[in-house]
Design a protein around this ligand. Structure first.
Ligand SMILES: Cc1ncc(COP(=O)(O)O)c(CN[C@@H]2CONC2=O)c1O
Length: 406
């Protein structure tokens, strides 16, 4: 069914403003998405009526807060089709999720001679934690090359995948290129050599339905703020059998069962990995974001976004002097480009002066920028509420930028 995008846009109050005396055209959704009233109101209502610390409270507000907090965990479980709520760990975001797995699984399961494979296009959040853990364990971090078109070189992946590989960590979708990676194939092949797999879903969960059981990944991480939810809240999905065997990498309250100077015992899943007071309002906001999205058929969202993105690629290819960085046939959410003879930051600034919000720079993916020999790119990233008119506004503004810069 075709979505009523104009009606949907009314759900996002922030979109209806002028920027530099021009209508805002928000195309920086890869950095963070905007929030619908349903999310804003859920957070405000929580602080107005239910705010309390969760678990073990001896009073009504705490019971209400705890109920919403744990119901949100079930909402996320159902959203990604995990089998158990114990497999849903609240994090600050994708970055913390990767760090938790790298340190809690990696420190105990990696040693000299082992290898961790990541793709060359990864976000720093899926590179640096693995570098840290490899430095401490003696394991080796090996990047899988990316082709000129922006796809993972699967021939190279196959050649690298031997018994030394104990872990594979890969983006579902590249935030820098927009490439959708063949994660089903990656997961199947990694498991065939006994390696475990983490999928970084930061740039994927907003665009289509994710089913972690069907994917058969061992871990899946994402951030609430890229899913129309608040910042500071994210999710680590982990296979229960693996999470149970992992030692927490952060200690404190909530994550313990008993504490004595002689010995401390840890809480059960999921709390073992949730030290300290959680981001309760963030959890409630994330659940509201999922409820908001659930009003629509995910296939309808995907079809709309693919149509807008395809139009953006078509328009980009028609611009003289524009070089697309990442030209995979399999892309979602993002176009990344450079304009001959210009610096991305100048282009971004001049677009902003026309009300068009994009991101410029290396997008926390310096290795892939180096691979393409660019200091950075101009990145336009799309969401549910973007339209082909937004794409037209981008390229109209870009023509004016070219007149100014050339
Ligand atoms: C693929 C990918 N992985 C990990 C992260 C880290 O997520 P958190 O910051 O929520 O932990 C991001 C963030 N995307 C960045 C943020 O700004 N622009 C981007 O493309 C990302 O796009």
């Amino acid at each position: 069914m075709t979505l009523d995008i104009q009606k949907i846009r009314q759900d996002f109050p922030i979109l209806h403003q002028q920027v530099n005396d021009k209508p805002l055209v928000y195309l920086d959704n890869g950095a963070t998405t905007q929030k619908p009233e349903m999310v804003i109101n859920a957070i405000a209502d929580y602080y107005r009526h239910d705010n309390s610390n969760v678990h073990r409270g001896a009073h009504t507000l705490s019971d209400r807060a705890t109920g919403q907090f744990e119901q949100a965990r079930e909402t996320v479980r159902e959203f990604i089709n995990a089998s158990l709520t114990e497999e849903i760990i609240w994090t600050k975001g994708t970055t913390e999720g990767v760090n938790l797995v790298a340190f809690s699984w990696g420190l105990e399961n990696l040693s000299a001679g082992d290898r961790v494979l990541v793709s060359h296009m990864e976000h720093h959040a899926n590179i640096v934690p693995w570098q840290m853990v490899c430095q401490r364990t003696g394991a080796e971090l090996v990047p899988v090359p990316v082709t000129e078109l922006g796809d993972v070189d699967m021939t190279a992946f196959d050649a690298l995948l031997d018994e030394r590989v104990k872990f594979v960590s890969m983006a579902h979708v590249s935030n820098a290129l927009g490439t959708v990676n063949p994660i089903e194939e990656v997961i199947r092949k990694a498991h065939s050599v006994g390696a475990r797999v983490l999928i970084d879903g930061a740039q994927a969960v907003a665009h289509w339905a994710v089913d972690v059981q069907a994917l058969d990944c061992d871990f899946y991480v994402f951030s609430g703020h890229k899913l129309y939810g608040p910042t500071g809240i994210g999710v680590l999905y982990g296979r229960q059998s693996l999470l149970q065997g992992m030692t927490p990498f952060m200690g404190g309250g909530e994550m313990i069962e008993t504490v004595a100077f002689e010995k401390t015992t840890y809480n059960r899943l999921p709390y073992k990995f949730e030290p300290g007071t959680p981001n309760i309002a963030g959890v409630i906001g994330l659940a509201a974001a999922i409820r908001y999205l659930s009003q629509f058929e995910r296939a309808d969202i995907q079809a709309h976004e693919e149509s807008v993105l395809a139009y953006a690629v078509e328009r980009a290819k028609a611009v003289e002097g524009l070089r697309l960085i990442g030209q995979s046939d399999h892309r979602a959410g993002v176009i990344s480009f450079v304009l001959e003879g210009t610096h991305p930051n100048d282009v971004g600034t001049l677009l902003d002066q026309q009300g068009v919000a994009v991101r410029t720079g290396n997008h926390c993916a310096m290795p892939i920028m180096d691979r393409y020999g660019v200091p950075g790119t101009v990145r336009a990233s799309f969401a549910l509420y973007n339209t082909k008119e937004d794409v037209d506004a981008l390229f109209t503004a870009l023509e004016k930028v070219k007149m100014f810069l050339y």
